[in-house]
Design a protein around this ligand. Structure first.
Ligand code: AMP
Ligand code: ZN
Length: 458
């Protein structure tokens, strides 16, 4: 039985989907005005483990992820600039170009981190009518009011507003909101559903609406698109812990305010990646992207391994030293996997059951990883270890079954391979065969295919 910690009930609960084996899952995606940092990727890696664990346990997840390409303002209090327009000014491009650039960069990083692509990837700007419709429903229900700069949600009208939050969240929020409070708002926690374009200034991204020209508030997109693709009530909603007090609290208010039905039944939140003891953040200056990780000679999968050294609900430190440890450990794991040779996987043993149990216990990846290490060191039959590794790779996706050809031959062998390629091109097969023997003597195999010559370790 899968158990998940539900932020809404603050308890680890048995997970029972609405319509098994289907699982409707919504995960908040990137704001595409800049590169994502490895802190963001910690959250996406935890969500990837969720999806892969659901599959391992026989569920059929349908994952929807949004791309925020409008409406996310630089301040959480519905003030400030749109992050997309800030990105556009910084890069001398249009907001639309910036959105495309960083959406593509996000997807490319995801491929290198072995993140399964979502079943639905939806851009906020493609669903403006759905968002306007949601605001209209709230207005009809008397839950929205209009002031000079936009249409706002009236949080005082909902008796259970903020039930996702703890008392500390609420206090933190009030402390912060007071500084930037819009005096026209009825309550500090009220938030924008629709913002008007600033008078006399044309925005790059703006639309007509029943209230005036403008753009949707950030939270509206997630409510509208989650309900559009998963229905008014669905199974799981995820994001980072920073989303609990504002973004997710407001998604619940809008969705349940409009439908009168429960929105997501289970809420999962991933803890922060820290650098120098603080949350890694774009605003904090010192943040690390996947490009930095690769520049320093690490594989993106070394970072993935590092993420599995802490449970997703615990904070995790990032430094180049900890990443080094991740790389060493992953390499040893890959070598151990190769050392098993070609043994056919035997029926799953006790370790495979323990591996599943670890993940079924609120996605305990560190415990699952420990099961793999213990099994590899044990004297279990090689076939059983191979079965476990196959199962482990389906969830951890650490490149344990990378083809050996991925290793590059040393320079001396490389030189022999190049000479052999030239000999073959010149149809000098005697020389080509002689070189093949030299290459073999150096511990490598030259293989010929339609694509040309490849090499792998003997
Ligand atoms: P954003 O692009 O800022 O909307 O963030 C994308 C996702 O990354 C959200 O789910 C955030 O909660 C998450 N996130 C942001 N910073 C961190 C961090 N330092 N560690 C883990 N997750 C983070
Ligand atoms: Zn969201």
């Amino acid at each position: 039985m899968l158990k998940l910690y539900n932020t809404l009930t603050r308890a680890k609960e048995d997970f029972v989907p609405l319509e098994p084996p289907q699982v409707g899952l919504y995960t908040c995606g990137p704001t595409v005005y800049n590169d994502q940092h490895v802190g963001n990727y910690r959250t996406y890696i935890f969500e990837d483990v969720l999806v892969r664990t659901l599959k391992l346990l026989g569920y059929a997840p349908r994952r929807v992820m949004n791309v925020t390409d409008v409406g996310h303002l630089t301040s959480q209090g519905d003030e400030g600039e749109d992050k997309m327009e800030v990105g556009a000014a910084r890069e001398g491009k249009t907001a639309w170009e910036v959105a495309r650039l960083y959406t593509d960069a996000f997807l490319a990083d995801g491929r290198e981190l072995n993140l399964l692509p979502p079943d639905v990837l939806c851009r906020a700007t493609d669903f403006i009518p759905e968002q306007i419709e949601l605001v209209r429903r709230l207005e009809i229900k008397g839950l929205a009011y209009r002031i000079a700069d936009g249409v706002y949600f009236d949080t005082a009208k909902l008796s259970d507003y903020g039930r996702l939050m703890t008392r500390e969240h609420l206090e933190g929020l009030k402390g912060g909101a007071r500084v930037e409070a819009n005096p026209e708002k009825r309550s500090l926690t009220d938030f924008a559903l629709w913002k008007f374009s600033p008078a006399g200034r044309k925005r790059q991204m703006e639309w007509d609406s029943p209230w005036g020209r403008g753009f949707p508030g950030w939270h509206v997109e997630c409510s509208a698109m989650a309900m559009r693709f998963l229905g008014e009530t669905f199974d799981i909603h995820c994001g980072g812990v920073d989303h609990i007090p504002v973004h997710h609290t407001n998604e619940i208010a809008q969705s349940e305010g409009a439908t009168g039905k429960p929105f997501a039944r289970v809420w999962l939140h991933g803890e922060f990646l820290l650098m120098h003891s603080a949350k890694m953040a774009k605003s904090a200056g010192g943040f690390v992207t996947l490009a930095h990780v690769k520049e320093r000679g690490f594989s993106p999968l070394d970072y993935r391994y590092h993420c599995f050294t802490a449970h997703y609900r615990r904070q995790l430190d990032f430094s180049w030293e900890t990443l080094e440890a991740g790389r060493t450990a992953r390499r040893r794991l890959v070598e151990a996997a190769r050392g098993l040779g070609a043994a056919a996987p035997a029926p799953a043993g006790a370790a495979s059951a323990r591996f599943r149990e670890a993940l079924a216990d609120d996605l305990n990846a560190p415990a699952a990883l420990a099961v793999v290490w213990d099994a590899l060191k044990s004297d279990a039959p090689a076939g059983e270890k191979r079965a476990l590794l196959q199962q482990a790779e389906s969830v951890l996706a650490l490149g344990l079954s990378e083809p050996e050809a991925a290793e590059t031959p040393p320079a001396a062998v490389q030189a022999l391979l190049e000479r052999r390629a030239r000999a073959r091109a010149a149809k000098d097969f005697a020389l080509s065969d002689a070189l093949r023997r030299d290459i073999e003597a150096a511990g490598w195999l030259a293989e010929d295919s339609k694509q040309g010559q490849t090499a792998r370790k003997r």
